[in-house]
Design a protein around this ligand. Structure first.
Ligand SMILES: Cc1ncc(COP(=O)(O)O)c(C=O)c1O
Length: 357
């Protein structure tokens, strides 16, 4: 049987959750499990993240899945509801809504009694410079005042555009705006930290932190590894060697024959490809890990197979190859691919088998 496997390490997930607790000891933790827990599989991840105070998702369907799996923690819909009908379902299921536009505020006020009766908080989103979602500084105070006067318990929330970049000038501007609005709307609950912000700005943890990528053991920073951040990789993505070949100098490998051997080489063909979600377009040399050693990928990634230079390694048919995981971090594969770990984790296909450790 084809052995392309995604294995989820629940203990690593719990370890990373504890790292968040150490870094933000007084905040409640809203573990982000959107996009099928960043591609890790929401079912297994919820079990490992059960100690979270709440969960965060991007839409009602993802929130309903959490209830279907039997979890009763608060769930925050980080983009709010997409229609008035969804608001009713959100209230019934006790999902807390972000409001980022006037229409959502109107839907909320129209169903105010039911929302408040469920003791749900409303997350009012500030657009402090990311310019995706949220109310601008000059309108949000009035919206919060209106919601408070209607009896809602509000959380002021925002998202950093550059928390992963050390010296970006927008960071200070976003922080200052958030602090000013928070002061103007006192008393109010507050939440502005994703993983990068949790790791960098403990003074901004406030009432709720919203870790995503760090829970899964990938780094939010281009220049700081998971070892630097004391995080453990949660996903191991592996496959097996299904053929061994030897080629001479001058022979090529794979589609397009772009790779041409400059010396005699031993090749291992591994049963993984872009049909599994392994990226095809590499900007730099990529590697896999075999028996704890890095070995270069040669030639183009195909739908179902890749070729590895195993010259000098002692490998057999069936030897396991780690595409990313403990030895070869997803962040490094992402760098070679010109993308970020988040994308590689989320875009795995359904083809690899899923296992929990
Ligand atoms: C509003 C919000 N909060 C928190 C997060 C988690 O971010 P990260 O995975 O960088 O920790 C996200 C992710 O996109 C988000 O959109």
């Amino acid at each position: 049987m084809r052995q392309a496997t995604v294995c989820i390490d629940s203990e690593a997930l719990q370890y990373n959750l504890n790292r968040v607790k150490q870094l933000a000891p007084t905040a409640q933790i809203v573990s982000m499990v959107k996009a099928n827990a960043y591609g890790h599989g929401v079912k297994d991840c919820l079990a490992a993240l059960n100690e979270s105070d709440a969960f965060g998702v991007a839409c009602l369907e993802e929130a309903l899945e959490i209830r279907k799996l039997g979890y009763s923690q608060p769930v925050t819909l980080i983009e709010g509801v997409f229609s008035e009908d969804e608001m009713q379902i959100a209230i019934e299921q006790k999902f807390e809504c972000v409001v980022h536009q006037t229409q959502q505020v109107e839907w909320l006020i129209a169903q105010k009694d039911a929302y408040i009766a469920q003791s749900l908080k409303v997350w009012v989103k500030l657009n402090s410079g990311m310019n995706r979602l949220g109310f601008k500084a000059d309108e949000i105070i009035e919206i919060i005042q209106t919601l408070k006067s209607e009896g809602f318990n509000c959380v002021l929330t925002m998202h950093f555009a550059n928390a992963d970049t050390e010296q970006h000038p927008l960071n200070e501007a976003q922080k200052n705006q958030f602090l000013a609005i928070k002061a103007a709307c006192k008393p109010i609950l507050a939440s502005c930290c994703n993983s990068a912000a949790i790791l960098k700005w403990p003074e901004l943890n406030f009432d709720f932190v919203r870790p995503g990528i760090m829970l899964y053991g990938a780094s939010p920073f281009a220049d700081r590894s998971i070892a630097d951040l004391d995080l453990k990789p949660v996903m191991s993505f592996t496959a097996e060697i299904i053929a061994l070949n030897s080629i001479e100098s001058g022979e090529s490998v794979g589609y397009g024959s772009h790779f041409v051997a400059e010396r005699p080489m031993n090749l291992a063909i591994v049963s993984i490809g872009y049909g599994d979600g392994y990226p095809r377009a590499f900007l730099k040399q990529n590697f896999v890990a075999i028996q704890g050693q890095l070995a270069p990928v040669v030639g183009r990634v195909a739908m179902d197979m890749i070729a590895i230079d195993v010259t000098g390694l002692s490998v057999n048919l069936g030897t396991e190859v780690e595409l990313w995981g403990q030895r070869r971090w997803v962040d490094d594969v992402a760098k070679a691919n010109g993308t970020i770990g988040y994308e590689l984790l989320c875009r795995l296909s359904n083809r690899p088998k899923r296992k929990r450790m």
